[in-house]
Design a protein around this ligand. Structure first.
Ligand code: 9MR
Length: 547
């Protein structure tokens, strides 16, 4: 982990076993400056790691708790990159990961005061968006112009998708609900800073306000996405001028919207003075979207022939129903929503944009002390504990000491790593089992450099980090360094971008199939749903790691 560790954290490094190190059984931690040895340690057993095709040993130096700047030394290898042990080890990363959302805002100029070198003109006002034929209704026939400003660009592209905004926005609100004291005092230097609302919520509001405009007030349905017909080229936002459309109302969009608005309404309720009527409006919006989804339970997304942008399609929305029901239950206390959740049949899985049942369980666990007694407390605890226990068991078996398995190397694998860590954090909060917190730390380490490609996957953080994300502003702004604070998608063997890339992947192995090139949308894009668990997990480790 190139960033380093909190003093009380589990601290583990991965040491490759190769011709040069094969005899090495010991390691040392040395001072980054001067090289004085501060710790000797014994390497763990050599274990094969099939996903990266190597053999590695673990170096555990958890007992090193003295703040400082260090490197790891193993005979036969160059010294490691420097890392810190520090009480505030993840503060700056957390702030940077939230500020990444500011940099990805649609419909606003980024000024020098807040964006520094990354200042840019406004793009995509989205005040004149056309209703696509797929979204036509009697009140809003095809060609109707609506206004749907603000929001974050989804990823390296400039479109805005409700399904992905669902899990992304929710996860930021969940970070707030779990660690309010941490975020209460955080100053992010964004345009709204100092307005009496904590900055994490200020940033989240930029997207919530957009999401509200995606609901058709005539029927409560929610458009699936706001998009160009074709992806823009590598241009700055202000230079991308295609006509924008809202496309098809879907069940998944309505339910993800309902879940987020129900969550936001309880989070924002204390800020009625700053945001008059907002919490109530969001609660009503959530209930209207829920009713629309109940009346239209199978409106699956079907990409129209003239639209080529991201799909976020999903033909199984049982989990979206359950998640929306859970959030509405928590916010309203109405037992009918708990019944609608069908809890006994609902499993907990590591959340993704298309599989959100885990979010329902995480929210219920978070609010367990204040739920209507109709909720089955033992079931809630057992779902979280069972999933955490599975992940911790994989961690124990794994050569690299993390929870990833072959099947987890999918498009956006780094978000799988982080969402696993988010589940483990909940497991730790619920049970106090230290193994869960340590496993969450290990997964976080993966993102910050404890991986087969020896790279920090977060732009601008760590001594050796991703330099060329698939992110249009980073590619077009003329600045060598990428916009900071974004986690890139991560290794995965699909390599779907090879038809569009001149550069080639160095390896097809699941944990090595990564290409630090702007062309690589399959391994090196950034996305709002991938950054959100980075925000969650870095805050969680900062707050929860015992001193
Ligand atoms: O995150 C999405 C991933 O699960 C899919 O496999 C992939 C291909 O459909 O699409 C990813 O989402 C992209 C979206 O469609 C458009 N904006 C960029 C997203 C990240 O690559």
């Amino acid at each position: 982990n190139q960033l380093g560790f909190l003093p009380g954290a589990a601290k583990v490094a991965v040491v490759p076993v190769d011709a040069a190190t094969t005899g090495a059984t010991a390691f040392a931690v040395i001072r980054a400056d001067g090289g004085a040895v501060v710790r000797h340690g014994t390497l763990g057993a050599a274990r094969a790691a099939p996903d990266s095709g190597d053999t590695v040993r673990l170096a555990d130096f958890s007992t090193l708790t003295t703040p400082g700047r260090y490197r790891l030394r193993v005979a036969g290898l160059p010294d490691s990159l420097p890392f810190e042990v520090a009480p505030g080890a993840y503060q700056a990363l957390n702030a940077g990961a939230i500020r990444a959302y500011y940099y990805n805002r649609a419909g606003i100029a980024l000024d020098k005061q807040h964006a520094g070198a990354y200042a840019r003109a406004a793009g995509h006002p989205d005040t004149s968006v056309m209703v696509h034929a797929s979204a036509a209704s009697p009140a809003r026939p095809a060609g109707t112009i609506i206004s749907s400003p603000k929001g974050w660009y989804d990823a390296g592209d400039y479109n805005k998708y409700i399904v992905n905004s669902g899990i992304a926005t929710y996860t930021l609100l969940a970070a707030w609900e779990d660690f309010p004291a941490f975020f209460q005092t955080q100053a992010l230097n964004i345009p709204e800073s100092g307005n009496g609302i904590p900055d994490l919520l200020n940033e989240t509001l930029w997207n919530l306000e957009w999401m509200l405009t995606m609901q058709d007030p005539n029927d409560g349905g929610v458009y699936h996405k706001l998009t160009d017909k074709n992806f823009d080229g590598y241009v700055m936002p202000a230079d991308a001028r295609q006509q924008r459309y809202v496309v098809q109302k879907t069940t998944a969009a309505a339910l993800d919207f309902a879940a987020v608005m129900a969550t936001a309404s309880r989070v924002l309720a204390p800020y009625d003075k700053q945001l008059p009527g907002m919490a109530a409006r969001m609660r009503t919006a959530a209930e209207q979207a829920w009713r629309w989804a109940r009346a239209n339970p199978k409106a699956y997304y079907q990409q129209p022939a003239d639209i080529k942008t991201g799909e976020y399609g999903d033909k199984d929305v049982r989990d979206e129903f359950a998640w929306a029901a859970a959030e509405l239950f928590i916010t309203t206390g109405d037992p009918a929503y708990y019944q609608a959740m069908q809890a006994p049949a609902l499993q907990a899985t590591v959340p993704t944009w298309g599989e959100v049942s885990g979010l329902a369980w995480l929210s219920l666990a978070r609010h367990r002390q204040h739920l209507n007694p109709v909720a089955d407390q033992a079931l809630i605890a057992s779902r979280i504990d069972a999933l955490s226990s599975q992940l911790a068991a994989v961690t124990q078996r794994s050569a690299y000491g993390f929870a990833m398995q072959t099947a987890d190397y999918v498009w956006g694998s780094n978000a799988v790593v982080l969402n696993q860590a988010m589940v483990l954090v909940h497991g730790y909060r619920l049970t106090g089992k230290r193994a869960y917190l340590d496993a969450a730390q290990a997964n976080f380490d993966v993102i910050m450099g404890r991986n087969a490609v020896d790279l920090s996957f977060v732009t601008g953080f760590g001594a050796r980090s991703a330099q060329h994300p698939h992110h249009r502003p980073s590619a077009a702004d003329g600045i060598a360094a990428p916009v900071p604070g974004f986690v890139v998608g991560g290794p995965q063997p699909g390599r779907e971008d090879q038809k569009d890339c001149k550069a080639q992947y160095a390896s097809a192995l699941p944990a090595r199939a990564y290409l630090d090139d702007a062309c690589s949308y399959a391994s090196n894009e950034i996305a709002i749903n991938w950054n959100a668990p980075l925000v969650y997990v870095s805050a969680a480790l900062q707050v929860l790691t015992p001193a």
